[in-house]
Design a protein around this ligand. Structure first.
Ligand code: RIB
Length: 316
């Protein structure tokens, strides 16, 4: 039985590195590379490299991209259980600028065909895990089914509500013990579910009590807002502090030389669940500090899945 199950997407990423992101109508030259990505796969790689026994549930095309995913999972040492789709394996087109910032367009392909029936067929695996981690690059009803199975079995559920434009419902958010949006995803959720309009650029500088109150309005469970170069904000329900002493707090970002932020959020999520699975009794702040360090290290290297460091909570 795996201690971490990740349900989500795999993409073949096509990346162009350029000094500045192209403006609408512009044609510019960039340095091209390709490699494995997809929020789900990146998070599974991170969980595995952070020391957790990991299984990744996904949908792949019967093509070279699918073969790449299976081969890389084998090489990294985690289990990959895939539903085979007649659609091509998912793709991502990524521009990265000279500051390591990115813009991404995905072609969902097979990821859009990840079915609830397939997830249901993996009920025993999900129910036997310590933590289930999911994102929203797969059909929302499928992710909801995975979270519901985990919740029913008492497995800790973590939902990375990414990307920001993915559909979601209050019912879905309630199935997450821990919700981990970045600032853009957080304001999208606030707008959609709370009717609060906040600018993404303003989230990091909001007063802690105000940010905590917004998190509480959004979701009854723990909310971790990742804030890029500013760090992380954690908000717990008063009655469920998860071993912490305060209902809300910030963790500052690590000082690193940033080369590429692609997959940094995925690094955070994979490392967070790996730490949670390995030391379920430890204070939540310890898991967040580890995930924060892990994510920072991932930005020092180019690429998405390939940038995940081999670093466990014991090494941190
Ligand atoms: O989070 C980064 C990932 O988003 C990329 O690997 C890309 O494939 C998209 O899924």
């Amino acid at each position: 039985m795996s201690s971490v199950v990740v349900a989500g997407s795999f993409n073949v990423d096509h990346v162009w590195r350029c000094d500045a992101l192209p403006a609408p109508g512009a044609t510019i030259a960039g340095r091209y590379t390709t490699g494995p990505g997809g929020k789900g796969f990146n998070q599974a790689v991170a969980a595995c490299r952070a020391g957790a026994d990991t299984t990744f549930l996904c949908a792949l095309g019967d093509d070279a991209g699918g073969a790449m995913a299976r081969g890389l999972a084998r090489q990294d040492g985690f289990a990959l259980v895939a539903e085979t789709s007649s659609e091509p394996t998912g793709t991502g087109g990524i521009y990265v600028d000279g500051h390591g910032r990115n813009t991404i367009v995905i072609g969902p392909g097979a990821n859009a065909a990840l079915s609830t029936a397939f997830i249901e067929s993996q009920r025993a695996l999900i129910s036997g895990a310590k933590v289930l981690l999911a994102q929203l690059e797969s059909p929302v009803e499928t992710i909801e089914a995975a979270l519901a199975i985990a919740r029913e079995a008492g497995v800790v559920t973590v939902l990375n509500a990414a990307p920001a434009n993915a559909p979601s419902s209050i019912g879905l958010l309630k199935l997450a013990d821990v919700l981990t949006p970045n600032e853009t995803e957080f304001v999208a959720l606030l707008g959609r579910h709370v009717g609060e309009r906040v600018e993404a650029d303003d989230v990091a500088t909001l007063d802690g009590a105000r940010l905590h109150a917004l998190c509480r309005e959004l979701c009854g469970n723990t909310v971790v807002v990742t804030l890029g170069s500013v760090g992380v904000f954690v908000s717990h329900a008063e009655e469920k502090l998860r071993g912490d002493t305060q209902p809300y707090y910030r963790v500052a970002a690590e000082a690193v030389h940033v080369v590429d932020t692609t997959g940094a959020g995925d690094a955070f999520n994979g490392a967070l669940v790996a730490s949670l699975a390995q030391a379920p009794e430890a204070a939540f702040a310890r898991h967040v500090r580890f995930a924060n360090q892990y994510a920072a290290r991932s930005t020092e290297k180019e690429g998405a899945a390939v940038s995940m460091p081999k670093m466990t909570p014991a090494d941190a």
